[in-house]
Ligand binder design. Structure first.
Ligand SMILES: NC(=O)c1ccc[n+]([C@@H]2O[C@H](COP(=O)([O-])OP(=O)(O)OC[C@H]3O[C@@H](n4cnc5c(N)ncnc54)[C@H](OP(=O)(O)O)[C@@H]3O)[C@@H](O)[C@H]2O)c1
Length: 194
């Protein structure tokens, strides 16, 4: 079913997922830093995808938090500090902190373990990449898994939002392999399963 998906953050990630979701038949609108556009996009979207730098989350919450009440919010952010190290871990996660800031939204962690370069197809060559999807709301999680499948990913139910504590460091491993260890962005995780 075609869904209106508002994307906040129109950079590498927002534009790649926007292309993938459009190709999958959804209606997509995206906004960058313009506060009025961020609010309009949050109001318009039936589902809203957050693809801003970790440090911009508080600003987005201030600009559009009210409009996100009752909506599924897909958190693609990686909780990295200015030195590109993990900013949060072990006892909480970026996604759980976002859920506290948006108590009336249904936060779903997804897509953050994938490089933007591979997000519009959800594939590396012809192989589907795994989209780990974690959320406390079962329906929101199922909906995001279907969006991921529509793009081309192999979606995996990764459990409650608390499991973002595991998924966010996995994204950091991806960044380490891709950039620090020189493997480049044509890599990605695939969970083998029957
Ligand atoms: N790049 C990847 O491969 C990758 C993969 C997985 C997850 N992520 C995560 O996804 C997020 C986005 O990454 P990216 O690579 O797409 O970054 P990016 O290319 O720098 O894009 C960030 C976007 O957020 C916008 N933005 C910044 N502050 C904002 C605010 N206060 N309100 C609304 N929009 C704001 C920027 O607008 P302007 O253009 O106007 O500055 C830009 O459109 C980050 O949290 C990152 O860790 C990235």
């Amino acid at each position: 079913m075609a869904t209106k998906i508002g994307i906040i953050g129109d950079g590498n990630v927002g534009s790649a997922l926007g292309r993938g979701l459009t190709r999958a038949g959804h209606e997509v609108r995206a906004a960058g830093k313009d506060k009025a556009a961020v609010l309009q996009t949050a109001q318009w979207g039936e589902i809203v995808l957050l693809a801003v730098p970790f440090g911009a989350i508080d600003e987005v919450v201030a600009d559009a938090g009210e409009a996100l009440a009752g909506k599924t919010v897909i958190d693609v952010t990686n909780a990295l500090d200015a030195s590109m190290n993990l900013a949060i871990g072990f006892t909480t996660s970026g996604a759980e902190e976002l859920q506290k800031k948006l108590p009336k939204a249904r936060v779903v962690k997804a897509f953050n373990t994938v490089f933007a370069q591979n997000m519009d197809s959800g594939r590396l060559g012809d192989k589907p990449l795994t989209a780990f999807v974690a959320a406390d709301d079962a329906l929101a999680k199922k909906t995001v898994m279907e969006l991921a499948r529509g793009i081309g990913f192999d979606p995996i139910d990764a459990g409650p939002l608390k499991n973002a504590r595991l998924i966010e460091p996995l994204a950091f491993l991806n960044i380490q392999l891709g950039y620090a260890l020189g493997m480049g962005t044509q890599i990605g995780f695939k969970l083998l399963h029957g």
